[in-house]
Design a protein around this ligand. Structure first.
Ligand code: HEC
Length: 106
């Protein structure tokens, strides 16, 4: 019984640690990349109205500030949910100019 309790509590600790790491990561960058290509690139591709934009166009702090302010014309976000936007933010942030893996293409 005692041993079983130990095992159970060990799993509980592992689960807690795993969720807190995920929470710190926030969005899902893989999904974000897909959404970015599908939604943002229509206006932010090489010949888009919004000017070309890639993850490398900004620093991590600049991306965070941009999404925090949420000043973008709301219509342009299309029907992206809060969660979708978080994923896009995560993708851009992970590949920002000052990130370990800057990316020029979305
Ligand atoms: C319907 C077209 C359209 C879509 C879709 C769109 N944008 Fe934009 N975006 C614009 C236009 C036009 C501007 C420039 C005018 C303005 O600031 O509103 C702009 C401006 C911006 C800027 C500021 C540019 C700068 O140099 O600081 C950022 C950042 C940005 N968009 C990010 C995004 C992201 C991220 C997405 C996808 C989630 C997105 N946009 C989707 C049209 C669009």
């Amino acid at each position: 019984m005692n041993k079983l309790l130990k095992i159970v509590s060990m799993f509980a600790v592992i689960a807690l640690v795993a969720t807190s790491v995920m929470a710190a990561e926030g969005g899902n960058p893989r999904k974000g990349k897909h959404l970015y290509k599908k939604t943002c690139k229509t206006c932010h591709g090489p010949d888009g109205d919004g000017g070309e934009l890639t993850p490398m166009s900004k620093t991590q702090a600049q991306w965070d500030r941009f999404f925090k302010k949420g000043k973008h014309d709301a219509a342009a976000w299309g029907d992206l949910s809060e969660k979708d936007l978080k994923d896009v933010q995560q993708f851009l942030y992970d590949h920002a100019a000052d990130s370990p893996q800057p990316q020029t293409c979305g």
